[in-house]
Design a protein. Sequence first.
Length: 381
Amino acid sequence: MIHYPALFAVLASLLMTGCNALMSSHQAEPSSSQDSAQQLAEPIMKKNIHEPSAEKHKKAMRQAIYQIPSHIEGRLLVGRSEKAFLPEQELALEAKMDTGAAVSSIDARSQQIFERDGKKWVKFIVARSSESDASIELPVKRMILIKRPNEDPVERPVVEMTVSVGDITQQIEISLTNRTNYEFPLLLGRNFLRDMVVVDVSKSFVSQEKLLKTQSLKRSATSNQPVATRILKPVAINNVPVLGAVETISFPEVKETLPARIDTGAKTSSIDARNIETFKKENHHWVRFSLRLPDDKKHTIELPVSRFVLIKRHGLPSERRPVVKMQVIIGDITAKTEFTLRNRKDYDYPVLIGVRFLNNTAIVDVSKKFAGSNAPLRKKS
């Protein structure tokens, strides 16, 4: 006889043992899916505990650097070319600073002289200004006769105009002339420059404040240290001698000294040469000329020709002039520079010193004379 209750008890015992073993196996060996989830969670947790980057604590700023004008002994430092303004006519135009010119001049086209209230007036057009062609009417102050070498003299009207350059504003006489063939529509001569400015031909457009550049800066957001957003940079003043409107110069080949006009309007220097003869020597161009000295003395010089220049003349054929290199001494300055050879008997000074000599060598103050050299000795009568 089979007892079924006992059989059921044995089967239940076996089932319980298998389940316990299976559960132990699952607890001892985690599943691969659980393992992967744990591996993915670990780096996420590590990343979250990192401190925020220092870059997030910085803020960007813009810094502007401006050029501002400089002064020497109370005089404004200007370059060879500057922006000028005619405030009464509300015009802006580029100007050349010309220490060789006594009177300033402007590019005046289509000039018409007429009478108004019994006085002489002139109507003209200013070209190459901020208003393109601007028509202007002004009373004539006087008429001047301009002498030109090897050409007939020409009469020009002179008017008064107010001119501003940088922080300087003056009412000056300006002669009216057609400056079509010249680089600048306005020439500012010694009647504007004297006592007001010092000219450095190595510079241009330095009389006004202007933006040079902007740059980005990053600083800590928590910093209380002030940072300038606008930097002012004065125009650099070159450590070079100051020359006056006229200086005494000498040449190593010649014992005599000569007076010279310092001219920021001329690129190449010029010397009074007479009896000019060009010739060939060892397949090169040479030139022989007489240098005019005080007391009607002459000194003959022979030099190789550096180059030739073609000079255009109104109503006359162009003139081919030789250029030579000569060493010149002005005070403490000794330099070799180019000289155009020409007859300067119609000029006040036998020598003209131009931009190629002055560049990075000297600055010019036309309110002075013999600033860089000694005044010539005068013989007792």
